[in-house]
Design a protein. Structure first.
Length: 292
């Protein structure tokens, strides 16, 4: 269920101040393609890069995985950290060589609720899959990834790591099990308005009556209103302070999301956002746009 809890601006400022004081120094391990990089130890976390190749409709794709292993009771964040606050992961590939594109995917998160609100993220181990597109497929790729993310037990601490590996399809003809598992955790892309079979999808997006700071999203589902999860990633540069969830029929659930007072209402119209849905092993993600 979605927690209905207001976030303290003072707490957010405190978390940021503590986090900046604890920011980590970056080192960059490298390795040959057959191994990926070695584990790099951080503050209550360790990171590494996995590399591999997987069959695709066009042949073979180069792929990678950016892994974060966490100490017990620690967690890291999804692309939207939740209303308890946190630092979503950022990935910078600008120092890579012979890379036209490196697209990061986000596995379906978990929901953690405590007295501060709701956190969306991961515990123990998460691998963020990356699809790598070379500029010149005949030449080796050097994938250089700078990772910026947050780790949290009671407060959010910024963390950084950097990994690089040079490889070609010939070097990495295997699809390591850890990478295969991470790609399997990516939600299926679904178009707005479609529900599929089994039924699960977003069918309506609108502003609440007379409230330009409040967005309403309807989810159609074939199960009861409590038998699925929805994870909402707000538009870039915004957050939803309050998210309410209620049944709007036997197979429809309505989410009502409100901006905090310090974010102007005119920052919403036309912006892109997404909703990830999970039910009975089905994982779908719908890309949406706020009405103008």
């Amino acid at each position: 269920m979605v927690n209905d809890c207001r976030v303290s601006q003072a707490r957010r400022a405190f978390v940021l101040a503590v986090g900046l004081a604890a920011a980590s120094f970056i080192v960059m391990p490298t390795a040959d393609a057959s191994e990926g990089t070695r584990w790099q130890q951080g503050y209550h976390n360790a990171t590494r890069m996995l590399v591999g190749a997987r069959p695709s409709a066009t042949g073979t794709d180069l792929v990678a995985g950016l892994a974060i292993r966490l100490d017990p009771e620690w967690k890291t964040y999804w692309k939207a950290p939740g209303n308890a606050g946190g630092i979503p992961p950022l990935f910078d590939f600008s120092k890579s060589e012979n890379v036209a594109d490196a697209k990061v995917f986000y596995p379906m998160p978990n929901r953690y609720v405590d007295e501060t609100g709701t956190t969306l993220g991961y515990k123990d181990l998460v691998v963020f899959p990356v699809r790598v597109t070379p500029r010149d497929p005949a030449r080796p790729v050097k994938l250089d990834a700078q990772m910026m993310f947050g780790v949290c037990k009671t407060i959010c601490i910024p963390a950084e790591a950097r990994h690089a590996a040079t490889f070609t399809v010939a070097d990495v003809r295997v699809f390591p099990p850890a990478l295969a598992k991470s790609f399997a955790a990516i939600p299926e892309t679904q178009a707005f308005g479609e529900t599929g079979s089994p039924k699960l999808g977003v069918t309506a997006v609108r502003f609440a009556d007379g409230k330009r700071d409040t967005l309403v999203v309807d989810v159609e589902h074939g199960k009861g209103a409590d038998d699925f999860e929805a994870f909402i990633a707000p538009p870039t540069g915004t957050m939803f302070e309050r998210i309410n969830r209620r049944a709007a029929g036997a197979e429809r659930t309505r989410f009502t999301m409100t901006l905090p007072g310090w974010i102007p209402a005119d920052s919403l119209p036309g912006k892109a956002f997404s909703v990830a849905l999970k039910a009975d092993g089905i994982q779908r993600e719908v890309s949406l746009r706020v009405p103008k």
